[in-house]
Design a protein around this ligand. Structure first.
Ligand SMILES: Cc1cc2nc3c(=O)[nH]c(=O)nc-3n(C[C@H](O)[C@H](O)[C@H](O)COP(=O)(O)O)c2cc1C
Length: 437
């Protein structure tokens, strides 16, 4: 267990955006790791998150063979971190991306990003990231995780984004935005408001929350069940926010269907008990996501990539799992989604996660292989060689560097040096080339 993992355990995740890090270390979790689960066909034979059997093993064999040929292909094509990547009309200069990370810094509570956001995102564009995915951005005020979330729920917010988007583009990176509705995990505290990890009371600026079913997340206030008309309204809000993102100059849209926010609440049978067309079987539970994707796709230009972030498992028995993720990823591909940003967890409170370096990479690999759609991998990818291997082996098409980029906005430039990429081919700003490694 290296230093990063130890730091990880002590990090304050507040249980919202990253899986609940219950300090389940590699040593503590024993030999049953994510990898061994996936090698067994994506499931544990314990039944914790699925089934077992010979058929599965055959499938796993085939997948492994296919995986090896994908890896060979990637090697043959000399794909690495600094190989550009095309998505529809957009070319991303490399495969090191900044994942969405909330900063809860719209301190005026108007959803408008501020000079803090400009500095935060543009410095990482200067640092060489290929795609910069701006943090969870609310499609409706009541869809904010905290009162200080940024938003795109009204036209007045467009200009506040435009200069940031221009700054990112001028620095050579691709600006994307993650659109979100926080569902039952909305109206929670943040550093500027207090009440961290709790529901913010109405007198402190909180509001009541909504969800597919009236089931609370952990100790948060219970949500109210959405009506079908309200669901249609939220689908429209995603589309309208996507239109505003286009107007602000964003070049890609990511739909947040992970981490226990509204869309993933619909997907997961453990928090969706609806008996209408938005619940029940997988088709019903995926309906809301597919409607959001269709509405967003119909709003944005044909050449604009649409990404979906998904939790590939909720790490809970009887809940959302890799098999369902793969089925839904295939549907999403049919509906015009260009890439799956594969994360895990955050949906159910109080679950254990075998956290360690690369712990989510096998999920990205399986989705890539079985749904035949490009993926990104994320989660404790901190070192240049580690990241390069993931891409070169064809385990994912790109990697995302989250917390490591919070401490080092120039991570890609350092990686270029470590991997022997000449400074002239590394993503330096011309003004900074004399400072190259
Ligand atoms: C401060 C912070 C804020 C985050 N906010 C979001 C978010 O807005 N949307 C999201 O999908 N994930 C969010 N995440 C999760 C990250 O995108 C990423 O998946 C996670 O940190 C694991 O990657 P890492 O180990 O490289 O940090 C957040 C993580 C952190 C640390």
């Amino acid at each position: 267990m290296g230093g990063d993992e130890l730091k990880h355990e002590n990090f304050d995740f507040r249980g919202f955006d990253v899986p609940e890090l219950k300090a389940v270390t590699l040593a503590a979790s024993g030999p049953e790791t994510v990898e061994s689960e996936l090698a067994a066909g994506g499931k544990k034979s314990s039944g914790k998150n699925g089934k077992s059997g010979g058929k599965k093993a055959d499938k796993a064999d085939k997948a492994e063979k296919k995986g090896k040929s994908v890896a060979k292909e990637a090697k043959k094509n000399r794909i690495g971190l600094f190989t550009p990547m095309g998505l529809r009309d957009v070319t991303v200069r490399n495969r090191i991306w900044l994942p969405p990370m909330c900063t809860y810094s719209a301190l005026a509570r108007d959803g408008k990003p501020t000079p803090f956001h400009y500095q935060h995102y543009v410095s990482r564009a200067f640092g060489g990231f290929g795609m910069i995915i701006a943090e969870a951005t609310a499609v409706a005020p009541e869809g904010r995780i905290s009162p200080c979330d940024v938003g795109l729920w009204e036209d007045g917010q467009i200009d506040a984004w435009r200069w940031i988007v221009d700054g990112i583009r001028n620095a050579g990176a691709v600006p994307a935005v993650q659109l979100n509705h926080a569902g039952r995990k909305a109206s929670t505290g943040c550093f500027a408001v207090g009440y961290e990890g709790q529901s913010v009371p109405e007198e402190a600026g909180g509001w009541s929350t909504v969800a597919p079913s009236p089931i609370a997340f952990g100790g948060l206030n219970a949500p109210r069940e959405l009506s079908v008309d309200e669901i249609h309204g939220i689908v429209g809000a995603f589309a309208a926010a996507a239109g505003r993102a286009v107007a602000a100059g964003f070049q890609a849209i990511e739909i947040h269907a992970a981490h226990g926010y509204l869309i993933s609440e619909f997907l997961d049978p453990l928090c969706n008990e609806r008996t209408d067309e938005y619940g029940g079987d997988l088709e019903g539970r995926a309906r809301f996501l597919l409607e959001v994707v269709d509405a967003v796709r119909a709003t944005v230009p044909e050449g604009m990539p649409v990404l979906v972030r998904i939790s590939a498992t909720d790490w809970a028995a009887g809940g959302w799992d890799l098999d369902q993720t793969i089925v839904v990823s295939k549907m999403l591909k049919e509906h015009g989604v260009d890439l799956m940003d594969v994360s895990t967890g955050g949906i159910m409170a109080g679950v254990s996660i075998p956290v360690k370096a690369n712990y989510q990479v096998p999920f990205a690999e399986q989705v890539r292989l079985k749904a035949e759609i490009p993926t990104t991998a994320v989660g404790l990818i901190t070192k240049p060689k580690q990241a390069n291997k993931i891409v070169a082996r064809g385990e994912a098409d790109a990697v995302e560097i989250g917390r490591a980029a919070l401490r080092d906005p120039y991570w890609p430039l350092r990686a270029a040096n470590k991997l022997g990429v000449p400074a002239t081919e590394a993503p330096y700003q011309p003004q900074y080339i004399r400072g190259a490694y």
